[in-house]
Structure formats: structure tokens, C-alpha cells
Design a protein around this ligand. Structure first.
Ligand SMILES: *Cc1c(COP(=O)(O)O)cnc(C)c1O
Length: 393
């Protein structure tokens, strides 16, 4: 009988119909009006900070996600930085973030001079572990004048960033309750979750503000780009204002009323984004089909299973995850090596934030669940066009 390692590899190959061609983890699909819209920017000269595609892109995002406001930015990290600024996160404040996230979440907190405070994960949805965090906060914080104070460090804990890991919505209702209980501003890092729904509503509505990313590896790309989503009118106007250098609108005067950022998305990127958003429903359908094909391929193996969406969610399945059974995590390194040799770009999840050199001395709760979880996760190739490419062969 084939070894466990061989059986897992065979299942992967059965889905991917490996050829001599390398199979990347995630590549963009640019088969719509991308060329037409980008060419239009070049033909008309409107490639930069002014032009109609930015507005059109924002309108489309609002309509799709159901938000009242969408503000396009240069990237998701800039969008997060802006949200934290608008949430009044200041020097020496603490911000709760999952240790299981991409480094941008922690970096955006640092850009404000604030301190990321790392939180454990819930293995059932890969988001923040709410009961465990509540228990922790009850022990280490005091509420003083409507502010949550960390008794250990003496610093205010201002906000909590929920992250929707690999496109799977975190459990937003309990998270939102927890934030109210402890006077924390909730921000959603939905960088990976465009097209994911929580109890029937697009993610991003529970946070005061939320962000998306349109980096090249995300479900929809603008080359590089991001967006802020919110239902709060004054925050939306401020977000637009400070991401466009805080320039006071005027026909010819150039003046600014505060320190702003040059975080506005250029028109040429938005043109790409408009073409991509037109294809989003189709992308989601293909992602969900691929997830189902993977799920079936591994259904009867005792060593590993495909991660499926939480019962309250409809996920975009941005990246499919193979979860090794905890008795087989020793196979991980060899599996990674073997697949890379066969031209299949599988990956482990990110290094946990509290293990990175610049963040290892930051405050954190007991992180044992995330540490166990991370050992099991293998990210599988999940490009939108993967099944098309396979069917063509
Ligand atoms: C991609 C990503 C970001 C940052 O987006 P960029 O557009 O690359 O700056 C932030 N958070 C998470 C969880 C991400 O996956």
C-alpha cells in the first residue's frame, strides 16, 4: 500500500492533472475588458490620480458589498493604516489582532505608533477565538472612563481587527458583542474576503470600517490596490480626504488642512479593477467549484481534509486549505518539498506574527491553538482559471 505521503500527493495530482507546466498558488485571470479599459486610460491620458474609472470602481464595490461608501486606495495596507488613523489609534495604544494573519495587519498598527497585541485562533473558522479572548480580557483589563485599559501595561486597548482568513468569515456577531462589551472599535481586515458572506450579508458591515486588497494574488486584482468600506458618512468623507493628501477642493488653489497621505488608487489600476469586478460572480462560482472538487478528492483520506466554510458563512474560497490530521503533521515538510519538485506550488500558512523578529516582544495572550493550527495548514493552488486550464489539457 502507498504511504500516506504518496496518497496525499496522488490526490493532489488527480485534481490538478499535473503536466510539465508549473502550477502556481494563485495567478490572476485577465480575460474580460481589462485590455479595453486600460487602453482607454492610455489613449485618453487619464492614467493617474484623476479619471472616471476610480469613481466607477468605487460605485461597483459599493453595489456589490452593500456598503454606503467605498474609497479606493493604493493597496490594502494603506487602507488599513487609514482606518486605524480614523479610529483614533495613537502612539502607545494597543490594538488586538490575530497572530494568524498576513504581516500587513500588524504593520498597519505599527505605522500608527501603536502596539499590536496578539490573539489566539478558533480552529473552526480560522478567525479570532472569541470565548478565549473574552476570558483573557476579563482578567487583564479594566474599563476606565469608557476606555479599555490593559492593567499589565497601563496602555489603552483601542481597537480590534478581525481578519477573514483565506476568505472564510470570522464569527462577526460574537466579535462585535465582545467589542461593545470592552469598548473596542471593530475593524475588519477583509483583504482576502471580497465575495464572502456572513449570515447572508457581505463581510465588512460589522466593523466601523473594513478593508479589501486587490493585490495580484487576491480574488480580484488591480495590479496593486485596496479599498476602505464603511457605512459611516463622515468617516467616508474623511477617508477620501486623507487618502488624497488632505487637499482642500478648489479649482486652482493647492492647499491642505491636515497631514494627509498619497494613498489614492490611480485611474489605470481602477480601470483594471472595473474589468475584474465584472467577472467577480463568475470567479466566485469557479472558486467554489474548485473547493468542491478538492473536498471530494480528499474526502475518504484519514490523513488530511479540505477546510470547509463555517456553517454561518458563504466563503469565496480564496485559497483552499488542506488540513493535515494532527497525527500526520510530520509529513508536512516532505509534502511541501515533493510537490515543489513536481511543479505544484503548495505553501504553508504565514509565520505567526508573534514569531517574527520585530513582533516577538509584543504583548500576547496564550497562543497555543494558533500554534497547533498552523502546523496543519497547507495552502493549495487556487487560481480561478485552474479548472479551465485542467479541462483544456
Ligand atoms: C493581502 C493582505 C493585506 C494587505 O493588502 P496589500 O494590498 O497587499 O497591501 C492585508 N491583510 C491581509 C490579511 C492580507 O491577506
Amino acid at each position: 500500500m502507498a504511504t500516506a505521503l504518496q496518497q496525499i500527493t496522488d490526490r493532489l495530482i488527480s485534481v490538478l492533472h499535473r503536466t510539465s507546466q508549473t502550477i502556481n498558488l494563485h495567478e490572476p485571470t485577465l480575460k474580460g475588458a481589462e485590455w479595453k479599459y486600460v487602453k482607454d486610460c492610455i489613449d485618453t491620458g487619464w492614467v493617474s490620480s484623476v479619471g472616471s474609472y476610480v469613481n466607477r470602481f468605487e460605485q461597483h464595490l459599493k453595489k456589490y458589498t452593500g456598503h454606503n461608501y467605498a474609497i479606493a486606495t493604493t493597496n490594502g495596507t494603506a487602507a488599513l493604516h487609514t482606518c486605524l488613523q480614523l479610529a483614533q489609534v495613537q502612539q502607545n495604544d494597543e490594538v488586538l489582532i490575530p497572530t494568524l494573519t498576513f504581516v500587513a495587519t500588524a504593520n498597519a498598527v505599527s505605522y500608527c505608533g501603536a502596539i499590536p497585541h496578539f490573539v489566539d485562533s478558533d480552529p473552526s473558522n480560522l478567525g479570532i477565538h472569541v470565548p478565549k479572548l473574552r476570558n483573557y480580557l476579563s482578567k487583564i483589563t479594566n474599563i476606565h472612563k469608557q476606555q479599555c485599559i490593559n492593567k499589565t501595561t497601563g496602555r489603552p486597548i483601542k481597537a480590534l481587527i478581525a481578519m477573514h482568513s483565506f476568505g472564510h468569515p470570522a464569527n462577526l456577531n460574537p466579535l462585535s458583542d465582545l467589542c461593545q462589551e470592552f469598548h473596542l472599535t471593530l475593524i475588519e481586515d477583509a483583504a482576502e474576503a471580497l465575495g464572502s458572506f456572513y449570515r447572508g450579508q457581505h463581510v465588512g458591515h460589522k466593523g466601523l470600517m473594513s478593508i479589501l486588497s486587490f493585490n495580484g494574488n487576491k480574488i480580484v486584482t488591480t495590479g496593486g490596490g485596496g479599498a476602505i468600506l464603511t457605512n459611516n458618512e463622515s468617516l467616508a468623507h474623511l477617508a477620501k480626504h486623507i487618502t488624497s493628501t488632505a487637499k482642500i477642493p478648489h479649482a486652482w488653489q493647492i492647499s491642505h488642512d491636515q497631514i494627509g497621505f498619497n494613498y489614492r488608487m490611480p485611474n489605470i489600476n481602477a480601470a483594471l479593477g472595473c474589468a475584474q469586478l465584472e467577472q467577480l460572480p463568475n470567479f466566485i462560482e469557479k472558486k467554489r467549484t474548485l473547493a468542491e472538487v478538492y473536498r471530494k478528492a480528499f474526502a475518504d483520506l484519514p490523513y488530511a481534509a479540505i477546510f470547509t466554510e463555517p456553517e454561518y458563512a458563504k466563503s469565496n474560497y480564496w485559497l483552499n486549505l488542506l488540513m493535515l490530521d494532527k497525527n500526520f503533521i510530520h509529513l508536512k515538510d516532505e509534502l511541501l518539498a515533493q510537490c515543489h519538485l513536481s511543479g505544484i506550488a503548495i505553501r504553508p500558512a504565514w509565520t505567526l506574527m508573534h514569531q517574527l523578529p520585530m513582533y516577538c516582544s509584543m504583548p500576547r495572550m496564550d497562543i497555543s491553538m494558533a500554534e497547533e493550527l498552523i502546523k496543519c495548514i497547507i495552502c493549495l493552488p487556487s487560481s480561478v482559471n485552474l479548472l479551465d486550464n485542467i479541462n483544456k489539457q
